[in-house]
Design a protein around this ligand. Structure first.
Ligand SMILES: C[S@@+](CC[C@H](N)C(=O)[O-])C[C@H]1O[C@@H](n2cnc3c(N)ncnc32)[C@H](O)[C@@H]1O
Length: 207
């Protein structure tokens, strides 16, 4: 019974997260990616994995990109749909309610994955990363965050995935790093609880 309730609790927790972040600006990695890609032909889509309520998807849409937004939370996708309709941007938006780790990533110019990678299950990571590499064309970019090992969520029984810095460099061996920022700070989580954040914010271009 307890196990059955867990996905519901997770879905509700994400709803709170969307509400709390409803007025926050787009992620820096996304803004950098859009600027970096500004002269790239727009014949391939951007994939926004774990798009949530879509603040970053909207940035790509406004810049003229087609966006495939993937999230397993229906509420987030509904909010994004409404936001895109309000700005008359929904014709270039495809919404996919699916587990992003098993989604077949089509050929794309960018994989935007802000605060999404850490929510991949450890046993799904290698296949997921391979899917990203298969979909992303040469010259395309990956934008997102990896959680570091000093993060206070890096403990037994916690759902998030954490990598040592060297492992992230290994994952990006076929990429050129465009932007790399490591942040270590005490802050709050989505439930307003104090925690230590150890986050690598990365924008990298596939060779
Ligand atoms: C921390 S939020 C990030 C939302 C947004 N990208 C941002 O930067 O604010 C993580 C999002 O990933 C989604 N998510 C987590 N695991 C997922 C999975 N395996 N498949 C699809 N979506 C997932 C959650 O529903 C949530 O919307």
């Amino acid at each position: 019974m307890k196990l059955l309730k867990l996905p519901i609790i997770a879905a509700l927790r994400w709803r709170i997260y969307y509400w709390q972040l409803r007025n926050t600006p787009p992620r820096g990695t996304t803004l950098k990616a859009v600027e970096f890609l500004k002269d790239t032909p727009k014949n391939l889509p951007v994939i926004d994995l774990g798009c949530g309520h879509g603040t970053d998807s909207l940035v790509y849409l406004r810049a003229g990109w087609q966006v495939i937004a993937v999230d397993k939370n229906k509420k987030g996708l509904q909010i994004l749909k409404k936001r895109a309709e309000k700005e008359q941007l929904s014709t270039n938006l495809q919404l996919i309610c699916e587990d992003f780790t098993t989604f077949d990533i089509p050929p794309c110019v960018a994989v935007n994955a802000n605060f999404a990678f850490p929510f991949c299950k450890e046993n799904r990571w290698d296949d997921f990363w391979q899917r990203i590499n298969n979909g992303l064309v040469s010259g395309g970019v990956v934008a997102g965050q990896f959680f570091g090992v000093e993060d206070s969520w890096n403990k037994k029984g916690h759902r998030t995935l954490h990598f040592p810095e060297q492992k992230i460099h290994d994952l990006l061996k076929n990429f050129t790093i465009i932007s790399w920022k490591e942040v270590k700070k005490i802050g709050k989580d989505d439930l307003n609880q104090s925690k230590f954040w150890h986050v690598y914010h990365v924008l990298a271009q596939k060779k």
